[in-house]
Write a protein that binds this ligand. Sequence first.
Ligand code: TXA
Ligand code: MG
Length: 349
Amino acid sequence: METQVRRLSYSQIDETMIEEAGRIIRKGGLVAFPTETVYGLGGDALNPESSKKIYAAKGRPSDNPLIVHIADKRDLYRIVREVPEKAKKLMEAFWPGPLTMIFYKNELVPQATTGGLDTVAVRMPSDRIAAAFIRAAGGFVAAPSANVSGRPSTTTAAHVEEDLSGRIEMILDGGQAVIGLESTIVDMSVEPPVILRPGAVTEEMMEAVIGPLEVDKAIIAPDSGVKPKAPGMKYRHYAPRADLAVVEGSTEAVIAAINQLAEEAEAEGKRVGIIATDETKDRYPKGLVLSLGARKHEEEIAQHLFEVLRDFDETDVDCIYSEAFDEASIGPAIMNRLLKAAGHKVIQV
Ligand code: TXA
Ligand code: MG
């Protein structure tokens, strides 16, 4: 199949293109679309055949449930059994936005979409192209991140093309995703609610609205052998072709350690990659240095992480050393993705 790419502009969202994309979904086809977090690979959430196609296009195990995307808060009530009071408060505070909540589903949502679970993950993106597309598609769009299983999530339409061209009907190109990391996931089907995946809506932000939350132990201590509650978190995640290690410590100690590691690796004939920041990138004389952006604007770091990991896969580096990012706010979400990519290989200095 030939994949059509449609470039859209936020200043004037082309209704004809949106209608065309919506029609593809209503007929059971697949369309990748931009959201504020990462690109989504969309299909009709209420059509089991569409969900099966999503799994096939991604090469993803079909017991890994999909997030259902809506464009109007009231649509939530059409697909879940109950909306707890705390969820209503989080909806008021953070929807539309990068927060996914898990509820008990009703019979409208097929098991094929939820990987056989009786709960469903729901998100209302703030991206305006996403919202227009979801409405045109009938209101309920199932969408995992638009990458081939085992690769980083996509933050540009070009990355989506790289992974999915020829496997889906259309890609809506809305430029670079603003946040660059997947949404926060919080399970509202239990009390207290549990954070299953950290994202741009942080634990502190949610606690300010609904009080104490728990964090899935599989996120905090990945080697604890605890089975993660989000099925997707149990699969081997994206790992770059090269060996990646994260170096943690004070800035000066990290720079010194990475320079030494780079020198040793080069002496062994290896090619070295370094993940740095605008503030530090000129302090690494050896290796291929890619900056994630300014550390003082940590949203830049989040926005570029997946892109830089993809860029390194295009090079011939054998090993990559990365600075760590553990600052407040979106820091935990950045570290969560970086540590997964590194297979939790951390060098403390
Ligand atoms: O930002 C995002 O959330 C992006 C954009 C496209 O919205 N989507 C995304 O979807 O990251 P995906 O499929 O790559 O990740 C969804 C995660 C998976 O780890 C999945 O296991 C988990 O959510 N999940 C989905 N439904 C669930 C459920 N009912 N219970 C527990 N975990 C669930
Ligand atoms: Mg994903």
